[in-house]
Design a protein around this ligand. Structure first.
Ligand SMILES: Nc1ncnc2c1ncn2[C@@H]1O[C@H](COP(=O)(O)OP(=O)(O)OP(=O)(O)O)[C@@H](O)[C@H]1O
Ligand SMILES: Nc1nc2c(c(=O)[nH]1)N=C(CO)CN2
Length: 170
């Protein structure tokens, strides 16, 4: 089994509902078990700033899928939940980014793991270290906790995540 971390974000419509639906769809994929879900954070938009605040979470998965199979499932879930690609870093119903896959470095045309921008993003780091305070960057072996402390601005706990009733936490 492989361990992966995925970041989810939404800033259009019923943001919490989109995150809950996305977690439910992940959980329904054969070969994926959702082990942990972070609290829900409300976060100021990063990159393209003229847009509404996001809700962000990070989930921990156990999976038998390869990194590329996992990316395909993430893209399918985004499409199913109405994601369109209009503005770079712009508004979206739901976005799923693969942050980490075991301690592997993946570099292909359409997939880079660890996610190249994750150490600059409070909306990724704060929920990630909430669910695993020991997780390390395989590129440098430094703890993500070190980066998270510097990236707290604009990231607020919004509520706990209790939207998925049907899965078993391990
Ligand atoms: N680790 C990764 N997780 C998800 N997608 C990735 C990853 N690495 C590369 N990609 C590629 O990036 C594309 C996603 O681009 P997208 O438009 O969602 O970027 P974005 O979410 O707006 O920006 P960012 O990549 O900065 O989060 C995917 O189709 C995928 O091929
Ligand atoms: N706060 C916040 N800002 C973003 C987000 C996001 O999920 N949350 N996603 C982006 C593209 O991946 C760009 N900017």
């Amino acid at each position: 089994m492989n361990r992966a971390y995925i970041s989810l974000g939404s800033n259009i419509g019923d943001r919490l509902h989109y995150l809950q639906q996305a977690v439910r769809l992940l959980q329904n994929v054969k070969g994926i078990k959702v082990c942990q879900v972070s609290s829900v954070y409300e976060t100021d938009p990063v990159g393209y700033v003229d847009q509404d605040a996001f809700l962000n979470i990070v989930v921990e998965l156990e999976t038998s899928l390869t990194p590329h199979e996992l990316l395909k499932k993430c893209n399918e879930i985004e499409a199913e939940l109405g994601r369109t690609r209009d503005i770079h870093w712009g508004p979206r119903t739901v976005d799923l980014d693969i942050l980490l896959y075991n301690e592997e470095n993946v570099k292909s045309e359409n997939l880079i793991i660890p996610h190249p921008r994750m150490t600059e993003r409070g909306f990724v780091l704060i929920p990630l270290v909430e669910i695993n305070a020991n997780v390390r960057d395989p590129r440098t072996n430094s703890s993500f906790m070190e980066f998270a402390d510097a990236q707290k601005e604009g990231v607020r706990v919004w509520r706990t995540f209790d939207g998925v009733d049907a899965f078993v936490l391990i």
